[in-house]
Design a protein around this ligand. Structure first.
Ligand SMILES: [Zn+2]
Length: 118
């Protein structure tokens, strides 16, 4: 026979069990997404290296020139941090600021032309 206190305990236990199962599922999803991202990064690194060898072979560019250019591009946002942060853009229709890589205005839905590397 259960007392009210025991029902409360059982309910809490079920809720914590459901929460734990949800957390485990979220952790599995995160781990899977991390593996997928790592795989994409590996493929991109391979493609970049292959492209770099083509550039070297066809132009004679050196690793030093590449490193200098990487620094130049890195400094476009004023911070040498190994990343390029793109500034927010203005929607051409409503003029609000939108994320730099968004293909559409998040406020009015206007399509915004994507310009690579801007
Ligand atoms: Zn807009």
């Amino acid at each position: 026979m259960y007392s009210i206190g025991m029902y409360s305990y059982i309910g809490r236990d079920l809720r914590s069990g459901a929460a734990a199962a949800h957390a485990e599922g979220a952790a599995r999803d995160a781990a899977t997404n991390t593996l997928l991202l790592q795989s994409q990064v590996d493929r991109l690194a391979l493609a970049v290296e292959a492209l770099w060898t083509i550039v070297q072979d066809t132009t004679g560019a050196t690793d030093e020139q590449l490193m200098e250019r990487i620094t130049d591009v890195d400094m476009k946002d004023g911070v040498r941090d190994g990343k390029v942060k793109r500034p927010a853009r203005d929607c051409p229709k409503c003029k609000r600021k939108i994320p730099p890589r968004s293909p559409r205005c998040i406020y009015c839905g206007t399509e915004v032309h994507y310009v690579p590397f801007q």
